[in-house]
Design a protein. Sequence first.
Length: 420
Amino acid sequence: MDKIVIEGGIRLRGEITVSGSKNAVLPIIAATLLTEDACIIKSVPNLRDTNTMVKILRALGKSVDFDKGVITATQGKNTNFTADYKLVSTMRASFCVLGPLIGRFRKAKVSLPGGCIIGIRPVDLHLKGLKALGTEINIEGGYVVASAPKLKGNYIYLGGEYGSSVLATDNVMMAAVLCPGKTVIEAAACEPEVADLAEFLIKMGAKIKGHGTPTIEIEGVNKLHGAEHRIIPDRIEAGTLIIAALITKGDITLKNASYKHLGAIIDKLEEAGAYIHKVDGSIRICYKKQLKPINITTLPYPGFPTDMQAQMMSLMAVTPGISVITEKIYPDRFMHVAELNRMGAHVQREGPHAIVQGVEFLSGAPVMASDLRASASLVLAGLVARGKTSVSRIYHLERGYENLEKKLEALGAKILREKE
Ligand code: UD1
């Protein structure tokens, strides 16, 4: 296992390109199951998660080539309808092969993904939506066994206790595009990654309106064809690099970054006093003055993303004053708190709230990554901490950041990967 070792205290400077979005590409790879024609996907980040998704598609009988950021998926020889526990349990997003398998083949057997460190993460909304389209679903031996001889479009309210669901919206949309009649998904997730999936499906011949809003309307078609698509930039990677610039009092320009997808993050950072210059396709973050504390609450898009909560906590940990962070998507997503406190942060958890009292400095320490975004928050803390920080279990980081340590190194950070 590898760890990342950082010598903190260097102001990051320079220009860096943001990779394609992890959360957009994973369902888009799954969507290639909807056609026998060739699909070409560009700007695909080389991540542990994208490679897992490629393995799942191959196991389902697709022929998939992944080279230099381009995926080419074509029909393989033997189609298989079972997505195995071994692969699905390693990555929740793989559950979104269920919708396309049902849409195209009218049957599927997909392992239930289970919970993970950030919370219980049920799939009731996925199943509710697919049932509303006429799918019969049984749970057998930890698998969802689905059969859908008579699919039909329907009106589906897809909101849950914590708001909309990204992957449930993806799953239902991918089944509905090949479903006779009209489907309306109400309380649909509005995330840019859901809209990007819809754009890909439209290129494949699907009839979809309203994506990017809470009401998605789909008119089913008989068949989809191949398509070519470039993945949108990763807004969470961009947000993480913005924080890297601010926490180190640096000056960074991000290329291939869409500020329109970063509204809530930039708004909060500007409230804290950050200078962020937005031009289309590029963002410059330049530290000019001491930031002020802010309160944030995570919400579905366009609200503040839960996937940026941990990174924001690292920044607030070194911002004088008291900031309150409220987690409304995954109330237990606070595994990073104890590790940040080991570095000298003053963060106290009260149920779904974290009260962060900014300190003058953090001290480098050996810390352990617990999940993807928590790992990023520890790397950010290491960049500003006095002395050496080593972050172990960085396979979490590799799930969702393409060459993060290389990108930070290119910006001047003293960071390297070592064997544990
Ligand atoms: C996606 C993102 C993940 C992000 C999350 C929330 C991908 C690959 N992953 O995950 O990075 O943190 O959105 O923005 O895109 N819920 C239910 N029932 C369901 C499904 C979800 O109650 O059937 C709840 C969840 O427990 C959570 C909330 O709804 O509290 C939102 O989860 P959801 O949007 O589904 O997350 P994912 O799509 O799994």
